[in-house]
Design a protein around this ligand. Sequence first.
Ligand SMILES: [Zn+2]
Length: 508
Amino acid sequence: MLASISSSVLRGVDGVPVTVEVHVAGGLPAFTVVGLPDTACREARDRVRAAILSSGLRWPQQRITVNLAPSGLPKAGSGLDLPMAIGVLVASGLLERERVDDVAFLGELGLDGAVRSVAGTVPLVDALAPSTVVVAPTCQAEAAVLGRHRVRAALTLAAVVAALEGTAEWMPCPAPVGGVEGPSSWEVGDLSEVRGQPLARRAIEVAAAGGHHLLLVGPPGAGKTMLAQRLVGLLPPLDPSVALETTKVHSAAGERLPAGGLISRAPFRAPHHGSSMAALVGGGSSWLRPGEISLASGGVLFLDELAEFAPAVLDALRQPLEEGRIRLARAHGAVSFPARFLLVAASNPCPCGNAGTPQLCRCSEAARRRYRRRLSAPLLDRFDLRLGVQRPDVDRLTGQGAEEGSEAVANRVSVAREIARRRGVGANSDLSGALLDRHAALDPSGRALLADALRQHRLTARGVDRVRRVARTLADLSGEVGPLLRDEHLSVALYLRAEPEALLGAES
Ligand SMILES: [Zn+2]
């Protein structure tokens, strides 16, 4: 007899529907899986057999052939265990065919028959046509994120069969606790705690409002990490489509999702400079896991100690910074992951961090030169905002009243983002070509100001557009939304884009 069971597999961060066809016929007992299974998928044979036997169900002593269709698509992982087991039971007549009509299955099986979670439940469910999907209890919230399927769960294969037959109940779906908080709801801290750093406070507000990449250079203790963390708290909640895309990426990477299943707040990722290329940009041998740059999509990627990252890793950031996606080529074709992140980087000005205070710096000139060269000019050029930060002085830390908190600043950020949306972009950092000319127009005096900066090599050709975008955001934040940029905003934008030499010391 033949059975066809609906399921899906991951390809990158997307699900692809798969039909598990199971054929049971007379002949020598055998169990074959065809249709490009990978090792984990092929090992399903042993898990499925053991799970069926430990569930007290009969294993057909016949010739069993499983075909995973479409057969040209490589299948990775163990999520097809459950659909295979159900297929064997249907094809051998142990479970009525009508019971699995319009039902899809996703789950790994333990040898004891336990139904286990699989990574990527959100995109996997997204690919399913049937109206009901059966998953592991731990995947219920994730499976329900899309809201298009009836989600059913059971702890064991025996419990799945009993519920399908109507002799037992499905597990109740736990009510989500804590609503729809995103991973960035971990303590990111309030902006009111950043005291005595007016310029840095201004820069992170501008970065958040316009989606502008930010580089902070300063000695240890200047609060660079603290600033980067506060920045993510200023970003508005994710748009529904971005929230879903971000959730799919985190799901496909096997990351823990918030209680409600959906990531609705901007993520904050801070990979260590020792992270491998695969961990950062994505990759892996059997299944392609999204990297940190994709997990940061929709939010902030914070690279602390930028100069310590491997040059190859920093090079690999260029394409996603341009395109908002990362393409990874593999034997079975290329996949691409979203990677639209706000890049915030921090660096010491020299290996010891004290280059700003010459009497404290212990570095040799050669060491400082080597350090500077790790930060290539093309990479530094991609930061819209480049800023030196110092340790705040005691007077400023203790004096004056309270600093403005995150909520007030986030409100201004959200207004600025709304203005950008009316221009047809998510943030001013996306303005280019005709849109930039229309919404960030230059009068003769503004043009002269930029021409001067170019002539004095304070600006590169690519930098011109970046300065215009930042000036646009500065104008929006001050409530001037007319299309013409004023000199005042261009000057501040130029000031917030300090020359690398001013931050890291001149090449000598
Ligand atoms: Zn030094």
